[in-house]
Design a protein around this ligand. Structure first.
Ligand code: FAD
Length: 382
């Protein structure tokens, strides 16, 4: 079978420079004012509602969304530049990250007018935050095996089941939850009969239970739903079309620069730490990391251009995420080898944070084994 992998040669247009300079100036001023200290993996762990609201007020959220709903009608490439700078500056962006990346686009694409009018302007302002309700205790890679259900009742649906690894559900307002609206036995296959709902995490019948990390931090949750009533208009898209909608969402979830920049603040600190005249070993190791980063960036820009053109580069996104998450996991390993602990306190902190988050890089958003399977199928070797 001929491969349909497509990475059009792509460069960011010069029109993106204006917004790059603007977001850079904003972030440098915030760092200088002491609003935050740049850290690693902040897109998932750095939840700071004030900071997200400030980004919203300055026009950096909902960049591609219609002005009618508080968006800015700019290109996906302008958004690429903004998120690239936010990540490179290690800003605390977890509150709005999922909302801006996939929940907003999902609601704009599949939501009804009431849902868009109610939620999108608040999302663009950085005032409400969304989580992802996909994984379940026995369903991760094999997402189509989910068992949570929604049953039709008068005026809405009753949701039951358990979601797990739900990042920031304890801080966020909503999640978009994937559930079965038809049993597999009746749906004609396990990929049929699923639907998505926008669910208020403060609804009656929702219990958000913390799952603490090794470090003691609270980032993950288990979300138990017991007869949670969700009104009809909160169904996202078409009943039974949940699988197709989720696959579309994953192209956004897997393709962004957060899949290779999670530990970029550490790489930048490493370059500072070895100084202008590094050893030959340090120069070679860092040079290799930077070269890989540059290559990944080209691929990622190419995927962003495809998304901008309305294509759904699912396989290309899978490839970028596999390569990118391996790179971001190797950065702390190289950093540990090249700079002895105890020399630079801030460097040690960046290394420690990265080492603790790194095991999640190749799991979250789909494991690397699964991603390679997707790529292999597309190449016709599986
Ligand atoms: C930091 C982090 C944040 C997350 N946030 C969220 C969130 O907000 N919302 C959410 O819904 N989920 C979230 N997840 C869950 C994530 O999507 C799942 O962990 C992931 O999909 C893998 O599922 P699993 O953990 O059940 O592992 P499993 O699917 O049980 O996989 C276990 C191992 O088996 C391998 N494996 C499984 N099937 C195959 C196969 N067919 N071929 C080859 N190898 C296979 C996998 O690659 C993996 O190594 C998060 C995970 C992490 C680490």
């Amino acid at each position: 079978m001929a491969s349909r992998l497509s990475f059009p040669d792509a460069a960011l247009p010069s029109s993106t420079e204006e917004i790059r300079l603007r977001i850079r100036a904003f972030l440098e001023a915030e760092i200088a004012a002491g609003t935050y200290v740049p850290s690693c993996d902040t897109w998932l762990s750095g939840h700071d509602a004030d900071f997200s609201r400030k980004l919203g007020a300055n026009g950096f959220l909902g960049l591609t969304w219609p002005k009618q709903y508080g968006g800015h009608e700019r290109s996906a490439l302008d958004r690429f530049v903004v998120v690239e700078e936010l990540l490179a500056h290690g800003a605390p962006i977890a509150a709005h990250w999922i909302t801006d990346r996939q929940s907003g686009p999902g609601i704009l694409k599949h939501g009804n007018d009431a849902l868009k009018e109610e939620l999108i302007p608040q999302m663009a302002a950085g005032e409400i935050y969304f989580s992802i309700g996909m994984s379940e205790p026995d369903s991760g890679s094999d997402l189509a095996s989910i068992r949570s259900t929604a049953t039709k009742v008068d005026g809405g649906w009753l949701l039951n089941g358990t979601k797990v690894w739900t990042s920031q559900a304890h801080n966020n307002h909503y999640f978009i939850v994937l559930v079965r609206t038809q049993p597999i036995a009746e749906s004609g296959g396990k990929h049929n009969g699923m639907s998505q709902f926008v669910m208020d995490l403060r609804s009656s019948g929702v219990e958000v239970r913390p799952i603490r990390l090794l470090s003691g931090h609270h980032h993950f949750n288990e979300v138990v739903m017991t007869d949670v009533f969700v009104p009809d208009h909160m169904m996202l898209g078409v009943e039974g079309n949940g699988w197709n909608q989720v696959v579309g969402e994953l192209a956004f979830e897997r393709s962004g620069p957060e899949r290779y920049l999670s530990t970029y603040p550490l790489l930048a600190a490493l370059i500072d730490a070895v100084g202008p005249e590094p050893s030959a070993e340090a120069a070679a190791e860092i040079g290799l990391l930077v070269a890989r980063l540059a290559g990944l960036r080209r691929l990622c820009v190419s995927v962003a251009i495809s998304l901008d053109a309305g294509r759904l580069p699912v396989t290309e996104a899978a490839l970028v995420k596999d390569l990118g998450t391996r790179l971001e996991g190797e950065i702390p390993e190289v950093a540990r080898r090249l700079v002895a602990p105890g020399r630079i306190e801030r460097f040690d902190q960046l290394v420690a944070d990265s080492v603790l988050s790194a095991p999640g890089f190749t799991l979250r958003g789909g494991t690397n084994e699964i991603l390679r399977g997707i790529v292999a199928r597309e190449l016709g070797v599986r």
